[in-house]
Structure formats: structure tokens, C-alpha cells
Ligand binder design. Structure first.
Ligand code: PPE
Length: 304
């Protein structure tokens, strides 16, 4: 990965190579941590802007709450520290990773007085599913793993342990030659990908999974707003994998993946096998917004 210079840890910056923890850090053993993934873009006017920072910080606090961890910093401090991490590293654009975790203290599942610790790192990160995929679409396979059950995974929380499910699904489909894994929920309906939400287009209507077994994606929310502002009908509801097979278009959304078109699912070509008009329009508008070219969405940008 692309190293940066400094990482924010519990209120101060430390050198990248010194950002270490004890091997008996509670989270390392049991997987309870809350994290975020945030992108910062270089804008057309040369400034840099973090995309929807307050929403990401709010989700971080909510994830920690769901995970019964009290963050020992204010929302303001975390917002400022996130922006400072970009500035301190001299990064004009990149990916930012805040992490809230249980530190060294007692061992055993029950965390007695382990400190809740916070770190924020940033680095350069290009197209998550490849430049080619972003342009021409990716090949997707439904995983044999079901998405975490709503009463065990706490999918509204971006908790580290939830991602074991994602990693297994991703490794499974990549080993079979596909780019990304799509997971179904425990009742068999389409849920989300290993690290993205999913949208499909049929007869001009945009459809995405309702907020059941999925993460409440900030890119998903942005796409819903962008589509509605353009008069495109949006439905948030359950759908099945066979409905998806016959969609006109489909795409994934996520901070890392941005808007990635899907050209094939389970060996069925989606639409014409290349990004369709709705996908292309939303992708273009999205990139204009994050780069500060669309003044209607200025409130989504946190200039640093
Ligand atoms: N679902 C899941 C399971 C998920 O992890 C993400 C983000 C999303 C949906 C989309 O959420 P949002 O980023 O708010 O639009 N996945 C992150 C993980 C990337 C990684 O490999 O790490 C991300 O995109 O940052």
C-alpha cells in the first residue's frame, strides 16, 4: 500500500512506522472495532474536499454506540482530526480510515476496562475495483455465504467483525475468476456486495435494497438523492437474484468503489454488457459533485 507520513492516534500524530499496538489488544482477538472509509478529492479549483465528512463521523459514532464503545473524543474533534490527517500528510486526495477499537487491558470476551482507542490514517487509493472496472463494468458472482443475519451481524454498524463474512465471500468469488461478491440475505433476497451497496435499473426505475441487512451506505444515499433530483423514480425494496439477472443496468456504490458498473452477474450479461445510460449519468454527476464542479451539492463538501 501507499504509505503516508503520520497517523493520528488518541489525540496526537505519530510516525507511520511507529503506529503500533500491543499484541494483546482486545480488538485483535475478538474483532470489536468500529471504522469508517472516507474519500477526499482534489477539486477542479485546486482545493481539496472531504466528501460528506459529518455523515461519516456520525456513522462512526453510531457504529461505536451499537458496539457498546464510548468514543472518548467529541464529534468536532474527530472531524477536525480527520481533516488534519490529510493536511499533516500533505495529501490532496486519498482515502481516510478512522478506527475505534478496544485496547490493551484485560483478556477474555468481556471487555472490563480496556480503553477505547481511536486512530485515523490516510493514504492514496485509486479505483477500488480497477480503472478498467470503473470504466467498463465488472463481473460479479453471488457468494455461497449469506450476509450476516440482522440479529447477529448488526449491519447498520461498520464493525470490524462483520467483515469476516465479506472477506470469505470475496476470496471465494475471486478464486473463481470474478471481480466482486454479491451476498444474499438469510432469506435469499439480494443484500449487498462485500464492501458496496447495489442498485439495478429496469424500465427507467432505479431500485436498491431496503435498509435491512445492509450498511446504510453514504454513497447509496447520495445516489438516491442525485437520481431523485433528476426525476428518476427510486424504489428501496427487496428483490431477488433472478430479477437482477434481467435488469437493464446494475452498479455498485461505495466510498472505495465509488460508482462501479456491473456488466455480468452469475454468467448472465447485464443489459448490453457495458455501462448503461442511467449508470453513466449518475457516475458523471457523482464525479462532478465530489470534484466541486456541481454547486448544487456544495454542502456535501468539507474543504480542507
Ligand atoms: N456495504 C458494505 C458492507 C461496505 O463495507 C460499504 C463500504 C458500503 C456498503 C458502502 O458504504 P459507503 O462507503 O458509506 O457508501 N465499504 C468500505 C470498505 C472498503 C474496504 O475494502 O476497506 C468503503 O467503501 O470504504
Amino acid at each position: 500500500m501507499a504509505k503516508a507520513k503520520k497517523i493520528w492516534m488518541d489525540g496526537k500524530f505519530v510516525n507511520w512506522n511507529d503506529a503500533n499496538v500491543h499484541i494483546l489488544t482486545h480488538t485483535l482477538h475478538y474483532g470489536l472495532a468500529a471504522f469508517e472509509g472516507i474519500r477526499c478529492y482534489r477539486c477542479a479549483d485546486g482545493r481539496s474536499a472531504i466528501f460528506r465528512l459529518p455523515e461519516h463521523t456520525e456513522r462512526l459514532f453510531n457504529s461505536a454506540k451499537i458496539g457498546l464503545m464510548e468514543i472518548p473524543f467529541s464529534v468536532d474533534t474527530i472531524n477536525r482530526a480527520t481533516a488534519d490527517t490529510m493536511k499533516m500528510n500533505g495529501l490532496k486526495e486519498g482515502y481516510i480510515r478512522p478506527l475505534v477499537y478496544l485496547g490493551y487491558g484485560s483478556m477474555g470476551l468481556f471487555p472490563k476496562n480496556n480503553p477505547v482507542r481511536v486512530a485515523i490514517a490516510a493514504w492514496k487509493w485509486g479505483a477500488y475495483l480497477g480503472e478498467e472496472g470503473l470504466r467498463n463494468g465488472i463481473r460479479v458472482k453471488v457468494s455461497s455465504y449469506a450476509r450476516n443475519h440482522v440479529n447477529s451481524g448488526m449491519s447498520k454498524a461498520k464493525l470490524a467483525g462483520n467483515y469476516i463474512n465479506s472477506i470469505l465471500a470475496k476470496k471465494e468469488v475471486v478464486a473463481s475468476g470474478f471481480d466482486e461478491a454479491l451476498l444474499l440475505d438469510t432469506e435469499g433476497y439480494v443484500s449487498e456486495a462485500s464492501g458496496e451497496n447495489i442498485f439495478m435499473v429496469k424500465d427507467g426505475v432505479l431500485k436498491t435494497t431496503s435498509l435491512t441487512s445492509i450498511l446504510n451506505g453514504i454513497t447509496r444515499d447520495s445516489v438516491i438523492r442525485i437520481a431523485k433530483d433528476r426525476g428518476i423514480e427510486v424504489r428501496e425494496e427487496r428483490f431477488t437474484r433472478d430479477e437482477l439477472y434481467t435488469a437493464d443496468e446494475a452498479f455498485f456504490t461505495g466510498t472505495a468503489a465509488e460508482i462501479t458498473p456491473i456488466r455480468e452477474i452469475d454468467l448472465r450479461t447485464i443489459g448490453k454488457g457495458k455501462p448503461g445510460p442511467v449508470t453513466k449519468e449518475i457516475q458523471t454527476v457523482f464525479f462532478d459533485i465530489v470534484k466541486g464542479k456541481d454547486k448544487n451539492y456544495e454542502s456535501w463538501l468539507w474543504y480542507i
